[in-house]
Design a protein around this ligand. Structure first.
Ligand SMILES: [Mg+2]
Length: 232
């Protein structure tokens, strides 16, 4: 069987629990990599949480939008001054990559999932990009489903606020459906798009992003995925 690139939320886990047959699904593939728009955790942290749920995935095979955004910035703009809106875990990750995390005069504004976003932060981000800082967004999702049918705000909602305030400034998205996470995952596994299948629950991010690169897409809730599990 070929390799799988696989989404996390709604595909492998729901909230804090493994989805039924998640492990079986992974066993159908010789190798796999996690491709997620998570913009709050580092790969090592997520590997730990997944291990507690009984899933063993090496951090090198976990591609997350927030952490990857920092890795890409560190590679393309070594030592850059970055105004980061995100978790303390990401902030530490950025510093470990040699980036200067600043509160004034940034070269780059990076929006990730910042649960402590405030009016003052909105002002700082908006004015920084109006003054010429490049705007990079970990993922474009505006929300994800909560436990009781409510919505949980995501990074795209913060982007909408910044654009509403700063005006129509250009920005670059790192997460799905953009190609970066998919390409990094293929690279880490050492495979070509034609040898991979993307399994996810969101046709607009998982599906569109994969198919643009020539990677087959299978929806986790589809008959095709059920057949995959049967074909053991
Ligand atoms: Mg998902």
């Amino acid at each position: 069987m070929r390799a799988s690139l696989i989404d996390l939320d709604g595909t492998l886990i729901n909230g804090h629990s493994l989805r039924p047959r998640a492990k079986e699904l992974l066993c159908r593939f010789e190798q796999f990599a996690l491709v997620s728009n998570d913009s709050e955790h580092t790969p090592a942290q997520l590997a730990n949480s997944l291990r507690e749920l009984g899933l063993s995935i090496s951090p090198e095979h976990i591609l997350l939008a927030g952490a990857s955004a920092l890795e890409i910035i560190a590679k393309e703009h070594s030592g850059a001054r970055v105004m980061l809106f995100g978790s303390t875990m990401l902030l530490q990750y950025g510093q470990d990559l040699g980036l200067h995390i600043v509160t004034h005069d940034p070269e780059i504004v990076l929006l990730a999932r910042d649960r402590n976003f405030t009016y003052a932060k909105l002002a700082a981000a908006s004015n920084a990009v109006r003054s010429g800082a490049a705007l990079i967004v970990a993922n474009p999702d505006v929300n994800h489903p909560g436990q009781h049918g409510d919505v949980v705000p995501e990074t795209g909602a913060l982007l909408a606020a910044v654009l509403a305030c700063a005006g129509d400034v250009p920005y670059r998205v790192i997460g799905k459906p953009e190609p970066y996470l998919f390409e990094r995952a293929l690279n880490r596994l050492g495979i070509r798009p034609a040898d991979a299948v993307m399994i996810g629950d969101n046709p607009l991010t998982d599906g569109v992003g994969a198919e643009r690169l020539g990677i087959e897409y299978i929806d986790v809730n589809s008959a095709a995925c059920a057949n995959l599990l049967k074909a053991a």
